[in-house]
Design a protein. Structure first.
Length: 101
């Protein structure tokens, strides 16, 4: 009873292994054709939209001078001011100040 089952499964195994080299050969052929097709294509276009940058005769716009330290302000340490004066400068106006004006 088990003999037909074993022969049937053995036959199926041979079919799978027989088609495996054919599949590999097909994939290799498709890959080779793709590479050959890509090799025969045109060279990529130049990414430059203007004149050739390696040409020394090409005119270019003049550049102006801009200082890299122009907006500089000194941040050197200074002596501390009295804290009462500092506090008065940043304190909100009191209600009595508004009533006088």
């Amino acid at each position: 009873m088990f003999a037909p089952i074993s022969t049937r499964s053995a036959g199926l195994g041979r079919q799978r292994t027989a088609s495996w080299p054919r599949r590999v050969r097909t994939v290799a052929t498709v890959a080779a054709l793709g590479l050959l097709t890509q090799a025969c294509s045109n060279a990529p276009r130049s990414p430059y939209t203007g004149p050739d940058p390696s040409d020394p005769a090409v005119p270019f716009p003049s550049t102006g001078y801009r200082s890299t330290v122009a907006p500089f302000t000194s941040r050197r340490p200074v002596e501390p001011r009295p804290w009462v004066d500092q506090n008065e400068r940043v304190a909100p106006a009191s209600k009595s100040d508004h009533s006088e004006h």
